[in-house]
Design a protein around this ligand. Structure first.
Ligand SMILES: Cc1cc2nc3c(=O)[nH]c(=O)nc-3n(C[C@H](O)[C@H](O)[C@H](O)COP(=O)(O)O)c2cc1C
Length: 188
């Protein structure tokens, strides 16, 4: 039996009724045994400022320390203006510094972009992957997850309306679980 893997889920939207947050919660609901998903909040983080590297704000230090404790990271994000929302990029920057002391380094990652539009956040998905390369986070390639039509995806309880959507979520997480086993580096 593989060990339980703890996965930080970073949601790139602060909106109360966010489809991406709904997706993150739905993913938590269908996660396979052995994958423990937890949303880690990013809305409280101050803007990253390199002047603070030696003495970061408490919220930034706490976030970085929390991320360091996870085995892997799942990003679930909208696309803003064909790219990554600023609030998500800020969270990535906050936990990446000082240089050489990134909390993200080596952690297996997966990216799902969710949009009410038809393109499913393709631009944000790939802009985010560009950062993951530099951060040395091996990112799951398949299945790609550009989820469009989000406005009609969840019922009032937050469950997937269509069985195909649920099946895709399960398939995506199963692939991620395998990816983590293949790419996770030994602790220490
Ligand atoms: C500033 C801004 C820029 C946006 N740009 C895009 C975009 O480039 N592509 C897209 O598919 N949707 C875009 N949208 C629409 C979002 O996909 C939509 O608001 C979505 O609901 C945001 O995700 P959320 O529901 O998780 O908050 C944009 C929305 C905002 C507020």
């Amino acid at each position: 039996m593989p060990q339980t893997r703890n996965v930080a889920v970073i949601v790139g939207s602060l909106r109360k009724e966010s489809y991406n947050r709904k997706m993150a919660k739905a993913l938590i609901g269908v996660a396979p045994e052995g994958l423990k998903l937890e949303i880690v909040e990013i809305g409280q983080l101050p803007h990253y400022n390199q002047d603070d590297d030696a003495n970061p704000p408490a919220a930034s230090a706490a976030f970085k320390q929390k991320i360091a404790g996870f085995d892997a990271v799942l990003f679930v994000t909208p696309e803003y203006n064909r790219s990554v929302p600023g609030v998500l990029k800020n969270a990535i920057d906050v936990a990446s510094r000082p240089y050489g002391k990134s909390a993200w380094s080596g952690k297996p990652a997966a990216v799902m972009t969710v949009s009410p539009g038809a393109i499913g956040g393709f631009g944000a998905n790939h802009h985010l992957r560009q950062s993951l390369v530099f951060l040395d986070m091996p990112a799951l390639a398949q299945p790609e997850a550009y989820v469009g039509g989000a406005a009609d995806m969840f019922d009032e309880s937050g469950a997937f309306k269509k069985p195909e959507a649920k099946q895709f979520a399960e398939k995506f997480l199963a692939a991620f679980a395998q990816w983590i086993e293949r790419t996770a580096r030994p602790a220490g």
